[in-house]
Design a protein around this ligand. Sequence first.
Ligand code: C5P
Length: 305
Amino acid sequence: MRVLGAPQGAISARAPGKINLILRVGPLREDGFHELLTCFQAVEMWETITVWPAATDTVSIAGDAVAGEVPLDASNIAVRAARAIGDKIGRDDGVHVHIDKKVPVGGGMAGGSADAAATLLAINELWGAGLTREELSEIAASLGSDVPFLLEGGTAIAYGRGEILEPVRSLPLHWVIVPSASHLSTPEGYRLLDIQREGFDVSLPEDVLATFLNALYHGDPVALTPHLRNDMTPAAIALVPEVASTLELGIHVGALAAMVSGSGPTCAFLAQDRDHAHALATRTRERGRHARVVSSPARGAHLVS
Ligand code: C5P
């Protein structure tokens, strides 16, 4: 991995984006998070991070981000990840974090969380911190609910606020990812959902169904389809009305299912297989929308040389 301007000894790592095959949102907890029952699946769409020593903490961005979309100062979650390792091991050296962005910003695919996960690995290596996977996972949970999953990757059922992970097996699935020009703030999505559901029973099921796990295990997209569900959908549509037409478009072009990714507004269309995914993407582009074919599951964050 060679990044323009990166000195010898710079360290690169990458982490995938994710979609939620099931996202059940339970009650609001006292700590401000919602209890979740979700199935994360990492997709082959990568954020690549390169870190090197610098006088002060700085960030640069390349790839698919538009200028101004992502903070370039210490508030960037990647810098916060570096600082969290510094706090743990007692180091306060500055770092430069270069982010090559491929996961849509503010789209519900955890691009920022992927940046944090990759940065944890890269900084652990750069500083020779020697933190274990468990220690990194603990720091990851302090940075965001999705960050522990992006360290692990693959497919996992998640509980709590999304940080308690139970890995499950899945054969490959094929998707078309349709980003939106709009961004959605996750807290805003949850806030609106609470208002929309006021007075309703929002208790969570105990667990996902065995038939769902079986469909994943066999990589059977047809059997998977009736299980896909995202409780954030009404909030995402209310905040970004285009989401409704994107979901309709998915069904119209022949997807097995169309769903909102995480809190949205990015949508994911489920295909029968890779060829079907390419056909769906072509039809989606013909209707003027961006479309990316991806497969899943993808591995978690890892160093790249
Ligand atoms: O953990 P993360 O930083 O991704 O969460 C961002 C915001 O999303 C939280 O501050 C909270 O408002 C909302 N959230 C939630 N319940 C979760 C995860 C996130 O309400 N389980």
